[in-house]
Design a protein around this ligand. Structure first.
Ligand SMILES: [Zn+2]
Length: 139
């Protein structure tokens, strides 16, 4: 049979909309007329019908539901990654500290900036002066 001329072929999306009864009456009628006279569109429509029928004949599959165990395992995995990351950072900091200690040798006397600590405390709390520190410089 000769192909219909003028309106062009329907295309898969339009044929699918036709099968789903989503076209208005005028569009559905026009498509029906076109498909009647167009082998190509008629074959495509038949193929779509066969595909839909095959898909509908498949058994329904229930989506798996996450069990409490799976959710718990996901939480554990999430936290274990964090622990590994924190452990790695801690190990790196310790290694840097050890390397600095070994390379630095004797650093001499370490004097904490007590005056600055006192001023910070006063600025943050509004309290009176802190009692004098008990010890002397840290060695
Ligand atoms: Zn056509």
């Amino acid at each position: 049979m000769a192909e219909s001329r003028g309106a062009g072929h329907a295309g898969g999306a339009r044929l699918s909309a036709f099968l789903d009864d989503e076209l208005d009456d005028a569009a559905a009628l026009a498509l029906t007329h076109h498909v009647t006279g167009c082998d190509r569109c008629r074959q495509e429509l038949e193929a779509l019908r066969a595909t839909r029928s095959a898909l509908r004949s498949l058994p329904a599959i229930q989506a798996p539901v996450l069990t409490a165990e799976v959710r718990s395992l996901r939480r554990v995995r999430h936290w274990s990654r964090r622990v590994v990351a924190i452990s790695g950072l801690t190990a790196a900091a310790l290694a840097l500290g050890a390397a600095a200690y070994v390379a630095g040798g004797d650093v001499g006397e370490v004097v904490p900036p007590v005056e600055r600590f006192l001023l910070d405390h006063l600025a943050r709390t509004g309290d009176g002066p802190m009692p004098a520190p008990l010890g002397g410089p840290v060695r």
